[in-house]
Design a protein around this ligand. Structure first.
Ligand code: MN
Ligand code: MN
Length: 324
């Protein structure tokens, strides 16, 4: 329980939610070097980068639009009544600036920032950016240490081989590389919502060879959220795990603002419910990626993304054993 008002977002009863500078969930802005930085337990930050995008770009604008829409978030969870900003010290750490002309240099900058925050004891909640932004977060969290489990919501496995034979990674292969680099434990990985037309079986073959569990959208709809997520909790167990959320997991009828939409996904309620069902997991980091403001003109996709980030934050607060 943190009683320090510094870490409490202003209530809409004191300052209307449409007023003031936009930070994630109206949290205090605590950039690197800020005197309160080392007190932060969960840090929300943006990686405004879409240099890994293979088709329609735009997620580099995601963090700014998610910040804007996230100012509508209130203090208390509607189901559990958890008040995350009082349970844990949370802050907006700002954005890590990419090198817009250079993929590898950008990934190095992101990894360094996350590793530094990890050294201060800050758990990361990242807003992308495209899905390649997850790779440097995993590197910053797990390089040189034991591999993490993964619960991954997406239309796509992102386990594909390199594009055009290039060694430069893309948003199509962050999890393949994370497995190859020993950042993730494949037997503690589950990918949920997979669908859409495919180039080949190469990603499914990789998953089979490494024992990664894939739940296709057909299986997801047939079994329902509680049953699928019970299996996810069993696979991840009690060890440290990461949650990665590609907004294209959600059906494009409710979340059209993304570069690679695929029809037949979950509705908005199920999109939040899957995260709620992760309560009890030891989630040490999480993200929300692939929100693309150029194709989200009314902001509805960013508003759903912000609402899902609030669910992720509540799971992360629970993983710290905190309550308010
Ligand atoms: Mn993805
Ligand atoms: Mn995707």
């Amino acid at each position: 329980m943190t009683t320090d008002p510094f870490f409490h977002p202003p209530s809409g009863m004191e300052l209307p939610r449409f007023a003031g500078l936009a930070t994630f969930m109206r949290l205090p802005h605590v950039p690197p070097g800020h005197p309160r930085e080392a007190e932060v337990q969960i840090g929300l930050f943006g990686l405004p980068f879409d240099g890994g995008t293979s088709n329609r770009p735009g997620p580099r604008h995601g963090p700014r639009q998610i910040r804007d829409l996230s100012t509508m978030i209130r203090a208390q969870h509607p189901v559990t009544r958890l008040r995350p900003f009082e349970a844990a010290r949370c802050a907006d750490l700002g954005d890590v600036g990419p090198n817009p002309a250079e993929v590898i240099d950008s990934l190095d900058r992101f990894e360094k920032a996350v590793a530094r925050w990890k050294g201060l004891g800050i758990r990361p909640l990242m807003a992308g950016g495209d899905h390649l932004c997850t790779l440097p977060v995993l590197r910053g969290l797990a390089r040189g240490g034991p591999p993490l489990g993964l619960v991954h919501f997406d239309s796509h496995t992102d386990l594909f081989p390199a594009y055009f034979g290039s060694p430069v990674p893309t948003h199509g292969n962050p999890f393949r590389l994370a497995v190859e680099e020993g950042l993730l434990a494949p037997d503690r990985m589950i990918q949920i919502g997979i669908r859409g037309t495919q180039y080949s079986r190469a990603d499914f073959d990789f998953a089979e060879a490494h024992g990664i569990r894939i739940v296709t959208i057909e299986e997801f709809h047939r079994r329902g959220v509680p049953d699928v997520m019970a299996e996810a909790r069993e696979i991840l167990g009690t060890g440290p795990a990461y949650m990665s959320y590609d907004i294209d997991f959600v059906d494009p009828s409710v979340a059209p603002g993304t570069g690679t939409p695929e029809w037949g996904g979950p509705n908005a309620f199920q999109a939040m419910e899957v995260v709620r069902e992760c309560a009890g997991l030891n989630i040490v980091g999480a993200d929300m990626v692939e929100v693309s403001p150029p194709v989200d003109p009314a902001g509805g996709t960013a508003w759903l993304a912000a609402s899902i980030m609030f669910e992720e934050l509540c799971v992360m607060v629970g993983a710290l054993g905190l309550r308010a």
